[in-house]
Ligand binder design. Structure first.
Ligand code: CIR
Length: 258
């Protein structure tokens, strides 16, 4: 399992509620979102990570979802080119930080688009989701960069999978060869080498979680999944993500971990 020592985070800004969303869960409460973000940062620190805390950036309503702007690995960082026009400027805003933290950076270029939320790392392999945000050309460029850095990769087309924005809305790696998947992805040939942990349809939001060093950080409110993770022997930390969920966000979206 990849060991993590650092994470980059950015709190939501004053216009957080004006960001993109495809769900109908009401407007987020900024005060509560900031509290939830603070608890998220504390949980990352308790898992052993040193945080780089960027200031809120009111130019971009979705900029708290820093995960989409880059793919960070133990060898390099890859700047993405987000698929939503309103988010394009977020990459330039984070680029200086990534250039200072990483010796080597690469970038996805037009006409490729990639959102970091579509990229799921499992040891030295990357699953690349083709979605409404990540196109085939972006996936091709990313696969070539990853190969150059000594990683393998493969694509998973999620355009026909209902209810998920990004690949990682439906899949996370628990470690020890266990992949947690929503039902719609469980039969995909790309995952046949893994022990599949299926997530109940009623708990599908919980499919996005964070395994950080020894801990597993899950979204609060999904007791079946939390008890399964505990039964595997991992310590579980549950965080309320209600305000980020209203904007299509989940645990992984709020940080870049390396
Ligand atoms: C968006 O639609 O781009 C944001 N409102 C949510 C992004 C969530 N990011 C992620 O899953 N990595």
């Amino acid at each position: 399992m990849t060991a993590f020592t650092h994470a980059i985070v950015r709190p939501p800004g004053a216009n957080f509620a004006q960001g993109l969303t495809s769900v109908d869960l009401g407007k987020p409460d900024l005060g509560l979102a900031l509290e939830q973000h603070a608890r998220y940062c504390a949980a990352l620190e308790q898992s052993g990570l040193v945080l780089t805390r960027l200031p809120a950036d009111d130019r971009f309503a979705d900029s708290t979802f820093v995960e989409d702007t880059a793919i960070v690995t133990d060898r390099c960082a890859i700047l993405t080119r987000p698929g939503a026009a309103s988010r394009a400027g977020e990459v330039a805003a984070i680029e200086p930080v990534l250039r200072s933290e990483f010796e080597r950076t690469h970038a996805i270029v037009a006409p490729g688009t990639v959102d970091g939320g579509d990229i799921c790392q499992v040891e030295n392999h990357f699953f690349i989701g083709i979605s409404e945000r990540t196109n085939a050309e972006g996936a091709r460029q990313l696969a070539a960069i990853l190969a150059q850095e000594g990683f393998t990769s493969g694509t998973v087309d999620i355009r026909e999978v209902n209810g998920i924005l990004h690949l990682k809305s439906g899949i996370s790696y628990l470690g020890d060869k266990r992949l947690v998947l929503i039902d719609a992805l469980a039969g995909h040939a790309a995952f046949s080498d893994f022990t599949i942990v299926r997530i109940a349809a009623s708990e599908s939001y919980a499919a996005n979680f964070l395994r950080i060093n020894e801990s597993v950080i899950v979204s609060a409110g999904f007791p079946q999944f939390a008890s399964r993770v505990r039964a595997f022997g991992y310590p579980v930390v549950a965080l309320d993500m209600s305000e980020f969920r209203k904007m299509d966000g989940a645990l992984s979206c709020l940080s870049l971990r390396f």
